[in-house]
Design a protein around this ligand. Sequence first.
Ligand code: PBG
Length: 333
Amino acid sequence: MTYEDGGPLVPIERPRRLRTTPAMRRMVAETRLHPADLILPAFLREGIKEPQPVSSMPGVFQHTRDSLRKAAAEAAAAGVGGIMLFGVPRHKDATGSGGTDPEGILQVAIRDVKAETGDALVVMSDLCLDEFTDHGHCGVLDAAGRVDNDATLERYAEMARVQAAAGVDVVGPSGMMDGQVRVVRDALDGAGHQDVSILAYTAKYASAFFGPFREAVDSSLKGDRKTYQQDPANARESLRELALDLAEGADMVMVKPALPYLDILRQVADAVDVPVAAYQVSGEYAMVEAAAANGWVDRDRMIMEMLVGARRAGAGMVLTYWATEVAERLRSD
Ligand code: PBG
């Protein structure tokens, strides 16, 4: 190719100069991952002697009390920022009573992890009923079998109080009930827990990417969550949920899942002045592990690319089942 005057066509701008060496690329990188940005979701199952592998999430376990403490200690040693705890109770019932039992499995998890890691990890808990209900919904049902928003809020208020009493730092209301952040804030404040923060699951979509999680918590859900989780077709609805959560007192907000919703993450991050988290969910984990097990993809690079992508799209923090592994890798780099 030549210019009109016959001279060789040479680019004036050469962006490749800034990609020449690893040192140069590292220096000009706009987005960095740090272990403290990562949050490890973890499951404690009641009444088991050995950790149980979650078959659709190779490398993830339903923990025993001992193995959870060990996993939390490892995460803390790797510099992971926080841990998000889920309980898998032995007994499930219509109201999810295990979720509000002061001796319930999630409260045990909070106390154990706090005792193990002190202030080295931010301890967070899922504030939702689906792990505890026999029908698998995130709330209680009315006589017609529909999820009853306001009756559920009362259960969430009670959950917030018992989780705070167990010593949690941050509660994560994830049930997508209207008014849940306000009710949880009121319940916490009313019980003297003004310092417990709320990480609101602000934009949570009715997603097929939650599939493997249902195995991880032995969910008995039949049907779907489309009357309370958001339609994947909608973006503006997330901004409405965001405005409500902030008005109701959310300290931090979350978008979930991450990979199919990076546009939502960007819009949310641009709209707020509170910390924003992304949840890289079970299905995101499973599809990478499955493809990697077949030798089809470069697992480690793919994981890093997905995490950097979430950070670049506006997430300050990322919940990921790979948190400890990635934190260790970042430390050794
Ligand atoms: C609700 C909750 C779910 C997840 C986190 N909190 C399940 C759901 O809403 O169906 C999913 C997380 C994942 O898929 O990794 N308790």
